[in-house]
Write a protein that binds this ligand. Structure first.
Ligand SMILES: Cc1cc2nc3c(=O)[nH]c(=O)nc-3n(C[C@H](O)[C@H](O)[C@H](O)COP(=O)(O)OP(=O)(O)OC[C@H]3O[C@@H](n4cnc5c(N)ncnc54)[C@H](O)[C@@H]3O)c2cc1C
Length: 511
């Protein structure tokens, strides 16, 4: 690479002949200056033209800007005797304190993670940064659904199958190119996938990357007939077909029992009528796992898309890449063989899904929260106001202290529960963990919104600007309420946990 003395760079300091230094690299911005979105004037000032503009650059732009091909190619060399020190590979572990969970921080220990998890994490991060992230950014912006290329890759690596957790659906599959054997795979491997997804900072895409499958396929796997399973599971886990879970209605959210969609028998068919609201991935789903009211209670039926099923997009505060749908079933005829579980026992099917769904939401929400802590630690270190970095102000440090404490508390609680999931039978989990997962979900979503508020304040105008330095904070601030609502509303989650605790109180307990 060509090298230049600082004095030589300084000669190129006027319009038409303009060089700058950023992190020891020399850029010729003579032509680009006219196209600079912030105007040419800022680049020709004395403190920037021909000078080391590293501080100014990082006061205004994220690292990814300099990595974009159109800007990277403006680099003409390096300053003599200097090496870049700032640019980090997006796949590397962050060295910023608290940016990674303790088990991934150099020099720390954990009782839960093995060498298998460490190898797996490295591979999964690389996959998410190289393959998923570019699509996530594009779709979050355009509102289009996840690209089929990414779907094909998450199916080829079996990331989609792994997101359903441990179980028979993993048998015979090659997981992440053979990195982990199906019988070794545990909930910490699954947690790692959810964490790498959550830290992308594109909340709607977290649902768009087939969350509908993660919650809509388990009832088929656990309660479908062998014929239905043999047809539907391979189609969905190979990315050829999409599925979603359709429980909620305008009439029934937290109070699932209030649902009004009906399934009536007509010989060997169900005839389904009703509506469903806020159904993730519903817009592009081929199958709908539908909770219905039947003569003797509730029944869950797998409904294939047909002309009698209409899906309309619901415009919510996050990107339509999530495929959030309002669904109408207009006398849809479905063979009775599509019943999932026993007729009249649908509530068991619905409830059996909730723990895993809520645990997954906790993982992605907590990881997103941790990413915001990293953003705030970096920003308050680099942003100078009143002649000092922001982190020189005690009030800012106090906000950071609370953010760190919240995310570390959540992480430790989540890992304890994940350890129980690895060691308890399914029925033990249903009995002992439903309340704890509810309380944990309430804790994570409440602390997430506190951190969103603090982060927005710390980032100032950038915290409410969808592009640039504060874009992750803006996304998190706008979307952190989602996790407090979907999969079970925050207040309902807390109440569930306490009600279960009350039920377990020893009858003779006294002060
Ligand atoms: C973006 C998005 C995606 C979703 N995806 C799906 C999906 O894929 N499939 C699906 O079936 N559903 C989905 N949902 C629906 C979601 O599960 C419901 O929105 C949620 O269960 C809350 O129901 P509700 O919105 O009707 O609120 P309501 O039930 O009307 O409750 C409103 C509020 O009242 C309070 N409240 C209610 N009951 C109690 C109580 N007993 N104790 C204390 N407070 C209470 C809570 O604060 C609650 O937030 C999605 C929702 C959204 C917004």
């Amino acid at each position: 690479m060509k090298t230049f003395a600082v004095e030589e760079v300084a000669q190129h300091n006027k319009p038409g002949d303009l060089w700058i230094i950023i992190d020891a690299n020399v850029y010729d911005i003579s032509k680009f200056a006219q196209l600079h979105p912030g105007g040419v004037g800022v680049l020709t000032t004395k403190s920037i033209a021909g000078q080391d503009a590293t501080q100014v650059f990082y006061g205004l732009h994220r690292q990814e800007v300099i990595l974009r091909p159109q800007y990277a190619r403006l680099q003409i060399g390096r300053v003599q005797g200097q090496e870049p020190t700032i640019l980090a590979s997006p796949t590397d572990l962050s060295a910023v304190p608290y940016a990674e969970p303790t088990w991934l921080s150099a020099g720390y220990y954990s009782p839960y993670y093995t060498e298998s998890h460490r190898r797996f994490q490295r591979e999964v991060r690389k996959f998410f940064m190289d393959i998923v992230y570019p699509d996530a950014v594009k779709c979050e912006d355009s509102g289009k659904r996840i690209s089929q290329e990414v779907v094909d890759k998450i199916c080829e690596t079996n990331i989609l199958a792994m997101r359903l957790g441990k179980g028979k659906h993993l048998e015979g599959r090659t997981l992440m190119g053979g990195m982990v054997k199906p019988e070794e795979f545990d909930h910490f491997h699954e947690l790692i996938i959810n964490f790498e997804l959550g830290r992308l900072g594109t909340r709607a895409y977290v649902d768009g990357i087939l969350a509908g499958t993660v919650i809509g396929l388990p009832p088929v796997l656990n309660f479908g007939s062998p014929e239905i399973q043999n047809k539907v599971v391979p189609e969905v886990l190979s990315g050829k077909k999409f599925i979603c879970l359709a429980i909620t209605e305008a009439f029934a959210g937290s109070d699932v029992g209030g649902l009004q969609t009906t399934a009536e028998r007509d010989g060997e068919f169900w005839v389904i009528n009703g509506t469903k609201k806020w159904i993730t991935n519903g817009i592009f789903a081929d199958y709908f796992t539908v909770a219905c009211r039947t003569e003797n209670g509730y029944t869950v039926v797998l409904v294939p898309r047909s002309d009698s099923v209409e899906t309309k997009s619901i415009k919510t505060a996050y990107s339509s890449t999530a495929g959030t749908a309002y669904i109408t079933f207009d006398s849809v005829r479905v063979p009775v063989s599509h019943t999932l579980g026993k007729v009249g026992y649908g509530m068991q099917v619905i409830l059996s899904n909730f723990n895993h769904e809520r645990w997954m939401i906790v993982c992605t929400a907590l990881s997103a929260q941790r990413r915001i802590v990293e953003e705030c630690l970096k920003w308050t270190n680099q942003r100078v106001a009143f002649g000092k970095p922001l982190n020189a102000q005690a009030v800012i440090r106090s906000k950071l202290a609370n953010m760190i404490a919240r995310v570390e508390a959540g992480q430790n609680w989540l890992e304890t529960i994940t350890h129980q999931m690895n060691n308890m039978s399914y029925s033990e989990q249903s009995d002992k963990l439903a309340g704890a997962i509810g309380l944990l979900k309430q804790f994570i979503t409440r602390t997430g919104r506190e951190t969103a508020e603090d982060a927005t304040q710390i980032f100032g105008g950038r915290g409410i600007t969808a592009t640039g330095m504060g874009k992750l904070v803006e996304n998190f601030h706008r979307t952190s309420p989602y996790d407090a609502i979907l999969g079970g509303a925050e207040d309902v989650m807390g109440d569930l946990g306490v009600r279960q605790a009350i039920r377990r109180m020893p009858p003779n307990s006294r002060l």
